[in-house]
Design a protein around this ligand. Structure first.
Ligand code: ZN
Ligand code: ZN
Length: 370
């Protein structure tokens, strides 16, 4: 049986979902296997052709539609949403229709990540309902983190930092391929109790490609290397980038590195409740543009993070959403010079009443490895 903890936390989140559903005019919210479902129930359901579906009604009714063979995985959570099981010869969307009853004039919000095949069947089997996105509800809940979430994010950040510090002090990377260097960093992550599922190691000219596919290029003297990686702890993600130089850094690398570091700091210092997300991007971009590298900063400054590696809010021009206490996101400006090198420095940060706090404190000074 799955371990069940913090049922009260999940019950409170479902109650809060109902409040936002009311504001959004939703009668029902349906949530398939996803980080949203995990957030609301702690149930890490299989993503497969067999339907698992949480249904939250605005009047207090809830149900968890589960394939009978997977019911044991959900056991212990029935107080959050009683189970409706279905067998291999039954049609689960008919069970959903029975639960909802006459749907005429009712609005059903659909959370992200429900397969289209399920939604199309629901739309057939629950006639009369109006279907809308349920993402407003989920993003509203998940964007601001509670104390337990902040604790998990603090812990995964601390362990990720410790792995980096040990890697920089202990590893020699000259002569390794990018894949081997990334794998070595993974060993230090595993020593911190963090699972390793790969990360970006972009060397030399490859470092100018922000999402480079780590490959077989051999690391050599004179390379800049962008390492961008993370893991998770209790479901909560870490995501950090550090750029190092192998051998004696060139003048240009030193100059660009310093600008990116200042941009990272400027974005960090701009964090305050009420400040629009786009202002965080502008703060970093101004430093880089003023230094003449505006064209070389080719992505937004940051993304939200929590149960997912990328989630709302996004620190991007055009996003006027005001920061709130508990919002968690990355601060990751970069400069990418095609054919030469790239530099990115990324920390995960969060917004408090007093301003920004970093989950990552691993050294941001120019670091040389051999
Ligand atoms: Zn990253
Ligand atoms: Zn990131």
């Amino acid at each position: 049986m799955a371990t069940v903890e913090n049922l009260a936390t999940y019950a409170a989140r479902i109650a809060r979902a109902r409040e936002v559903m009311a504001q959004e005019g939703l009668d029902y919210l349906v949530v398939g296997p996803s980080s949203d479902l995990f957030y609301l129930t702690g149930y890490d359901a299989h993503v497969s052709e067999r339907l698992n579906l949480l249904i939250i009604g605005k009047n207090g009714e809830t149900a968890m539609v589960v394939p009978v063979l997977e019911a044991p995985l959900y056991a212990g959570r029935e107080s959050l949403a009683p189970t409706i099981t279905w067998t291999e010869t039954e049609t689960p969307t008919h069970k959903v229709a029975e639960f909802i009853g006459d749907a005429t004039g009712k609005t059903v919000g659909v959370a992200n990540n429900l397969w289209a095949s399920f939604l199309l069947r629901l739309q057939n089997h629950v006639p009369g309902a109006k279907w809308e996105t349920g993402n407003e509800v989920m993003r509203t809940l998940r964007m601001t983190k509670d104390a337990d979430e902040i604790e998990a994010l603090t812990e995964v950040g601390r362990r990720t930092d410790a792995a980096w510090t040990a890697f920089v002090e202990g590893a020699r990377i000259t002569g390794l391929t990018e894949s081997e260097a990334a794998r070595k960093l993974g060993e230090y992550m595993e020593q911190q109790g963090l699972a390793w599922k790969g990360g970006i190691a972009a060397s030399g000219p490859n470092s100018a490609s922000p999402h480079h596919h780590t490959g077989d290029r051999v690391i050599q003297q004179g390379d800049a290397i962008v390492f961008d990686w993370g893991s998770s702890w209790k479901g909560y993600k870490s995501d950090i980038t550090r750029t190092v130089f192998v051998g004696e850094p060139t003048e240009e690398f030193r100059r660009v590195y310093e600008i990116v570091k200042q941009a990272n700091q400027a974005a960090f210092e701009a964090i305050k409740p009420g400040v629009a997300c786009q202002e965080i991007d502008r703060a970093a971009r101004k430093v880089i543009s003023d230094a003449g590298y505006g064209e070389a900063f080719i992505h937004r400054t940051g993304h939200g993070l929590g149960l997912d590696g990328h989630e709302e809010p996004y620190m991007v021009e055009g996003n006027t959403l005001p920061l709130e206490v508990g919002m968690v996101f990355s601060d990751e400006p970069g400069i990418y010079l095609e054919g030469k090198f790239g530099v990115r420095i990324e920390d995960i940060v969060y917004c408090t009443e007093e301003g920004g706090v970093r989950f990552n404190e691993a050294n941001r000074d120019l670091t040389v490895m051999d």
